[in-house]
Design a protein around this ligand. Structure first.
Ligand code: SPV
Ligand code: MG
Length: 552
């Protein structure tokens, strides 16, 4: 859901909604909320309106309900509450935070924030909560309070903005006649409803008041102390609106106390994880989905390829080093090979990384990757592993071996290529550090001046020198990018190769060769050293040096 008010489902102005609640013949309810998230929860629970409680807003700030939070701090909080809801919010405006003039400015600021109404109580600024020494709190002068109501009504711009006048006479120890006298005066001054407050544990006072009052204006009550009264009693008494005034703050305090004590005592999250809201639920309440959709619409990110890393093999030639982990989890310079690879991807803003594991897959402990498993890793080759990651294929994807170490520019430069298929070939065949003979690359042009203004293409990749092909131009380093049509061609090639009896033995070179045989151009991106792969024990020392910045 879009959090902006314009997209809210209910398009009726909120002050009109609040007026309807006050004037409806049914008994209606408001629930307390004290910040954005509690307001959202109240709306999602089905409430038609919110009581922005002074007690609860003060409490969530950690201060007393005695005007210790400034009125602008309260209004700032209301803005958050209003932004994430579509139901009306009635502010508990205490005494109006000053005299008639403060009231005028308050009403103006509330309307600017789409608050539907304000309730002011006939006490003296700074007030304190009605349930703390209620009798000792002086009541406002009636005329002064009526002037405040009039000033508020005169300054509202929406005709349906509601001003509720709260009568504190019963709280302060006066009798029902004083309460009625005041309510009548406030009615005459233009109040839209009367809130009659009582601190008794039974509803007697408010029911007697309602009887005398005869519905001259809608009546609002706050049954915090007489909470056990069935709502039918209020309905029969002709009450309009019941406010459940502090139950969200009390519920959250109880939950926070329980959880914080538990974590402190047990130093563990195991028992409580299932009892508290999931992080996803928090994201949902924050409207994270809407932001993702908006980002797609407005924030065009540079597209980066998805990467598939083939990492299923044990690395037999590394002997006991791979007894308990696959080759890609070998620590090089204090960091597993695979972690180093992921770091390289991150540097290029590549976040979609799928790793096909096999041998000791459970030992792969690297964040930010998706794992696919080739369960038959010991009887199959690289193409079987690749098939395990087909669900991760993408219109722009890089496939690479998991045992590579390379300088960052190699991947960076590969990302600059526009061609549909590009293989990275190291032309430094005589590099003693990468002197293995496998994956020899035969290319259309060697890596010298002859390639000036020529696109170089791959002719084939072989494990052994091939007669009749001339000199190999380099070695394919185990990194290839497919874009656009390239992905489709890979999928087709895999289908065709799967028809072969020896598919289980096939590796990436066979895929490249097949693509070339099918007439697809595999472009070559030459590099000159600055990478290595870890195949044998002898490679480990080189890899440590490489990680320390000593070039192979
Ligand atoms: C509030 O919620 O802040 C109220 C209601 O004013 S009560 O605390 O019951 O007085
Ligand atoms: Mg209050």
């Amino acid at each position: 859901m879009n959090l902006q008010a314009k997209n809210h489902q209910n398009s009726t102005p909120r002050c009109v909604q609040l007026r309807k609640l006050l004037e409806s013949p049914d008994l209606e309810f408001l629930l307390e909320a004290h910040n954005g998230i509690s307001a959202r929860i109240a709306e999602q629970a089905g409430f038609k309106g919110i009581w922005a409680s002074g007690l609860a807003i003060s409490a969530q700030f950690g201060v007393r309900d005695s005007n210790e939070a400034s009125w602008t701090q309260v209004v700032d909080m209301l803005e958050f509450m209003s932004d994430v809801t579509s139901i009306p919010i009635l502010l508990d405006g205490d005494t109006g935070y000053g005299n008639f003039n403060n009231m005028r400015r308050l009403v103006k600021k509330l309307e600017q924030r789409n608050i539907a109404g304000v309730c002011i109580e006939d006490k003296v600024f700074p007030k304190t909560n009605s349930f703390i020494d209620g009798e000792r709190q002086p009541l406002a002068d009636i005329d002064e309070f009526c002037g405040k109501i009039k000033a508020g009504k005169d300054s509202q711009s929406a005709p349906d903005f509601c001003i509720v006048a709260r009568v504190e006479a019963l709280i302060a120890g006066w009798d029902i006649n004083e309460a009625l006298r005041r309510a009548e005066a406030y009615h005459a001054a233009g109040a839209d409803a009367i809130l009659i407050h009582s601190k008794l544990s039974r509803p007697d006072e408010v029911v007697s008041f309602a009887k005398e009052w005869q519905q001259r204006l809608p009546l609002v009550i706050v049954p915090t102390k007489y909470y056990s009264t069935p709502v039918e009693v209020f309905r029969e008494a002709g009450i309009s609106l019941v406010i459940w005034a502090n139950h969200m703050i009390r519920a959250s305090v109880a939950a926070m106390e329980q959880v914080s004590r538990h974590i402190q005592k047990h130093q563990s999250l195991v028992q409580i994880e299932d009892q508290i809201a999931s992080v996803d639920r928090i994201f949902e309440l924050q409207g994270a989905d809407e932001l993702s959709r908006a980002q797609q619409q407005y924030l065009k990110r540079k597209q980066t390829p998805h990467v598939i890393v083939l990492a299923a093999s044990r690395g037999h030639a590394l002997h006991e080093l791979t007894d308990d982990r696959p080759k890609v989890m070998l620590s090089i310079g204090g960091k597993p090979l695979l972690r180093r690879l992921v770091d390289e991807f991150k540097k290029q803003s590549i976040n979609n990384i799928t790793v096909v594991a096999g041998y000791k897959a459970e030992a792969i402990d690297v964040a930010n990757i998706k794992l696919r498993i080739n369960a038959a890793y010991d009887q199959t080759g690289e193409l079987s592993s690749l098939v395990c990651a087909e669900d991760a294929f993408h219109d722009d994807m890089i496939i690479m071996y998991g045992d590579l170490l390379f300088r960052s520019y190699i991947l960076h430069d590969l990302l600059e290529h526009e061609s549909e298929i590009v293989a990275v070939v190291d032309s430094s065949l005589n590099n003693p550090h990468t002197g293995h003979t496998q994956d020899l690359a035969y290319c259309s042009h060697p890596d010298n001046r002859s390639i000036f203004q020529h696109a170089v293409s791959l002719k084939c990749v072989r494990d052994q020198p091939v007669s009749g092909q001339g000199e190999a131009s380099g070695r394919w380093i185990g990194m290839v990018r497919f874009r656009q049509q390239g992905r489709k061609w890979v999928e087709e090639a895999l289908r065709e190769l799967q028809g072969r009896d020896d598919f289980a033995n096939l590796g990436m070179p066979e895929l490249l060769n097949h693509l070339i045989e099918q007439g697809h151009v595999v472009h070559v991106h030459y590099v000159h050293g600055h990478w290595l792969d870890v195949n044998a024990l002898v490679d480990i020392g080189r890899a440590h040096d490489f990680a320390r910045g000593i070039n192979p």
